[in-house]
Design a protein around this ligand. Structure first.
Ligand code: MN
Length: 206
């Protein structure tokens, strides 16, 4: 079963004014679709055809050598964008609560300090890439990756990621990436992040 772009769980305009409708249409329908098409094309006829994308990325070195780069880029693009759409909601924003809030405070000092470092990683990513909150060996960490590299490649579980490719923000924010990174907190779905955190901890404990 080839990969498909999952439908957006909200309307294209639902994240206005923080993310504009046209950006969402192009980003979801065109950019994500291109990653899916190229990943499907590369995996077709291999042993990994139909495997969950995270599984494929974890085992990238088992793929034929001439397919590894294209799957790293486009399979990574599929995994990253699938997580990205689900990380946002028109009723998002605010702060995490419960165990996730405690863990963020423990790891980074405060929610504000966490946000500051997450944004700083996004600003510091030269060219295209992502800024991440991940679970790594049971610990929360902040990282960034170039291109479409998934934290899964490093054995980490991504909990939250923001896309700092220009296609994610340029129509509305032009060169003002820091402004986009700040505005994005208004649409983050912390319930979804808490769900991922709970699931990742359960997997780590198993
Ligand atoms: Mn993107």
């Amino acid at each position: 079963m080839p990969y498909e772009v999952p439908p957006l769980p909200y309307d294209y305009a639902a994240l206005e004014p923080h993310i504009d409708e046209q950006t969402m249409r192009l980003h979801h329908d065109k950019h994500h679709q291109a990653y899916v098409d190229k990943a499907n094309d590369a995996l077709s006829g291999t042993d990994f055809d139909g495997q969950p994308i995270e599984e494929v990325l974890r085992n990238l070195s088992s793929l034929p050598q001439d397919k590894q780069a294209v799957v790293r880029n486009n399979g990574g693009g599929h995994a990253n964008h699938t997580l990205f759409w689900e990380s946002m909601s028109p009723s998002g924003g605010g702060q995490p609560s419960g165990g996730l809030a405690d863990a963020i405070n423990d790891a980074f000092g405060s929610f504000d300090a966490f946000k500051e470092q997450f944004e700083a990683n996004g600003v510091a990513q030269f060219g295209s890439g992502w800024t991440w909150l991940v679970l790594d060996g049971g610990e929360l960490k902040l990282t960034k990756t170039p291109n479409q590299d998934s934290p899964v490649l490093e054995g980490q579980t991504p909990l939250l990621g923001n896309d700092v490719w220009e296609h994610a923000y340029y129509l509305k924010y032009q060169n003002r990436r820091p402004e986009y990174l700040k505005a994005w907190w208004n649409v983050v779905d912390w319930n979804k992040v808490a769900e991922r955190y709970a699931a990742a901890r359960q997997t780590a404990a198993a």
